[in-house]
Design a binder for this molecule. Structure first.
Ligand SMILES: C[S@@+](CC[C@H](N)C(=O)[O-])C[C@H]1O[C@@H](n2cnc3c(N)ncnc32)[C@H](O)[C@@H]1O
Length: 251
């Protein structure tokens, strides 16, 4: 309609009308942008944080939809042990140990006597609130799990305070498997960045679609790391729950 109308008027007037229409268009667009920005600024921050993992699954981590699916975390763990193989001893380090169920499971399945298992935890529960879970959730009164397997060691305290001790167990000559089961963004991002020097290692995330995937995304962005996914279990709305992958540095 505008085109037809412009056919009948002089070129100089045509330019003025086009200029005017463009001007109105920009005013409307900028006004709409302003409204969206104003509305966005009052949305609680945790809404963005909680929604972001779904966008990450769909966009940044979309390759997960093509990997193997397991119907229990134990089956995924066994697949991880098989995939890593036994050409070298394994260093299994767990971040979030609680009563020791997962670390003991791995130690039972990996019989190699030169492999080592390190469980790291406050053992007084979460250092901060996680979604609906309060600070202190998974508190075992500071007691480390009981075991008679002398390959299993524990580091007690907040990762941020005990990292030197955690670091003392890291042996780059072993096949490394890190079990990230701390649930929290802060804990997971802290570890991923501190462990960056390991360069190539296997990892299992226990609560992937949530804080952990956000931490992994931010770590990859900042440290130029890449992730190759191998297997997962499904959780709420068929999203990746436990995820087994390999993390490597691009340079
Ligand atoms: C879900 S539980 C671990 C469960 C365990 N892997 C299992 O399968 O039985 C999460 C644990 O992470 C620990 N955690 C989270 N952030 C931590 C931090 N910054 N330092 C030490 N422990 C932390 C909590 O104390 C809690 O015991």
């Amino acid at each position: 309609m505008v085109k037809n109308f412009l056919k009948y008027i002089k070129p100089s007037a045509k330019n003025k009308i086009l200029f005017f229409l463009e001007y109105i268009y920009l005013i409307v667009i900028n006004f709409l942008k302003l409204i969206i920005k104003k509305l966005s600024s009052i949305v609680p921050i945790n809404y963005y944080e909680n929604l972001m993992p779904y966008a990450l699954n769909f966009q940044y981590f979309r390759k997960i939809k093509n990997i193997k699916i397991f119907n229990s975390r134990e089956k995924l763990w066994e697949y991880a042990i098989d995939k890593i193989g036994s050409n070298k001893p394994i260093l299994f380090m767990e971040f979030g140990t609680f009563e020791g169920y997962s670390i003991k499971y791995f130690a039972k399945k990996i019989q190699d006597q030169n492999s080592i298992f390190v469980g790291c935890d406050t053992f007084t529960g979460l250092p901060e609130k996680w979604n609906r879970m309060p600070k202190g959730m998974w508190d075992v009164d500071g007691n480390i799990p009981i075991t008679n397997d002398n390959r299993i060691k524990f580091v007690k305290g907040k990762f941020q305070d005990t990292f030197d001790e955690i670091n003392s167990y890291i042996d780059l000559n072993k096949n490394i498997l890190f079990h990230f089961d701390a649930d929290l963004y802060s804990s997971t991002l802290f570890l991923l960045t501190k462990l960056d020097f390991c360069k190539n290692y296997y990892a299992i995330f226990d609560e992937f679609t949530g804080h952990e995937s956000r931490a992994l995304y931010n770590y990859c962005q900042s440290f130029d790391a890449k992730v190759e996914f191998y297997g997962n279990t499904k959780g709420y709305a068929n999203t990746p729950h436990r995820v087994f992958c390999k993390i490597s540095k691009l340079n």
